[in-house]
Every structure is written in structure tokens, then in C-alpha cells.
Design a protein around this ligand. Structure first.
Ligand SMILES: Nc1nc2c(c(=O)[nH]1)N=C([C@H](O)[C@H](O)COP(=O)(O)OP(=O)(O)OP(=O)(O)O)CN2
Ligand SMILES: [Zn+2]
Length: 151
């Protein structure tokens, strides 16, 4: 990542400029909020209507940083699209998320999904010398979860 430090002694602030690019994806998937160790009644009491099978059009925003190469890019959007599609979208689009291996012991919440997606993509992008800055996952237009890189 190329960063420029601006020192402002009078304000005691060190500002770090950062250039990022973001690619957005949509996928449709079904889930229910459910904990496998609880009974049906306990799950219904805990999660209410969301304990029933239902679907969302999820919106996923991937933001990365890195060095701008001679091609003028941090990473080609097309390449970023392929990496995310191959690792996440192909598996998640039109899936019943509760059946996926990563959610066998975890409720399929936006929080758990965004953590899983972040960890998978962080290591894939690391191989491409690109830093994953944040993953934002919208479950509905009014509800989303964000995971941001620890700097
Ligand atoms: N912290 C979380 N709370 C809830 C999650 C979640 O992942 N994390 N998920 C759900 C359900 O999956 C539900 O489908 C989405 O919830 P909600 O925002 O309540 O959806 P609504 O369409 O009912 O929301 P509006 O307020 O009408 O926009 C529940 N909670
Ligand atoms: Zn839901």
C-alpha cells in the first residue's frame, strides 16, 4: 500500500492517505437463523420470524488497497471479480446457506458471513499482493455488517 504521512504537530494528528478500489456483487441465497444445539421452540423464541426459511438478495462490497502498478491499477476489476466469484459467489448464489460447511456450527447471520468471507478473501488477495481493507455485506437494504482490516 502506498501511504503518505501528513504530520500536523499543532493538531497532534498523523493523517494517512489511502487509495482503495471497491467492487460490488449481488447474490441470492436462502437461510434461516438457527442454532443447531437449540430445540425448535428455543430457536423460534430466539430468532422469531427469521427462524423460518427465507431468502435475501445479498449485496457484497469488497474494498482493497495496494500499489498502483505501471498499468495504473491496484488490481484489475476483472481479476478482482474472478477471484471473488470463484471463491464466494459461485458457492453462495442460489444456495441454502445453512447447508454450507462453514455454517454447520454457526448461525447464518450477516456477522458470521462477513467474517468468513473476509478471511477467505484476505488470504486469496494476499497472494496477489493486494490488501483487503473491508468487506460489507448487506442482508437487506437496511441491514448490513462490515468487517475492516486491523491496521
Ligand atoms: N445482528 C443481526 N440481526 C439480524 C440478522 C443478522 O444477520 N444479524 N438477520 C436477521 C434476518 O436474517 C432478517 O432476514 C433480516 O433482518 P431485518 O433487518 O430485521 O429485516 P427486515 O426486512 O424485517 O427489516 P426492516 O426493518 O423492515 O427493513 C434478523 N436480525
Ligand atoms: Zn434473513
Amino acid at each position: 500500500m502506498e501511504a503518505r504521512l501528513i504530520n500536523s504537530p499543532s493538531l497532534n494528528i498523523k493523517k494517512v492517505d489511502m487509495l482503495t478500489i471497491t467492487k460490488e456483487f449481488l447474490f441470492d441465497a436462502a437461510h434461516k437463523l438457527w442454532r443447531s444445539e437449540l430445540s425448535d421452540d428455543e430457536n423460534h423464541a430466539l430468532y422469531g420470524k427469521c427462524s423460518r426459511f427465507h431468502g435475501h438478495t445479498y449485496r457484497l462490497r469488497i474494498t482493497v488497497s495496494g500499489t498502483v502498478g505501471p498499468d495504473g491499477m491496484i488490481i484489475n476489476f476483472e481479476k478482482l471479480k474472478k477471484l471473488v466469484t470463484d471463491s464466494i459467489i459461485e458457492r453462495y448464489d442460489h444456495a441454502y446457506l445453512n447447508e454450507l460447511e462453514e455454517y454447520q456450527d454457526l448461525p447464518v447471520t450477516a456477522e458470521n458471513m462477513v467474517q468468513y468471507i473476509f478471511n477467505v478473501l484476505a488470504s486469496i488477495l494476499y497472494e496477489e499482493k493486494v490488501a483487503l481493507e473491508s468487506v460489507v455485506l448487506y442482508e437487506t437494504p437496511t441491514s448490513w455488517a462490515t468487517m475492516t482490516r486491523d491496521s
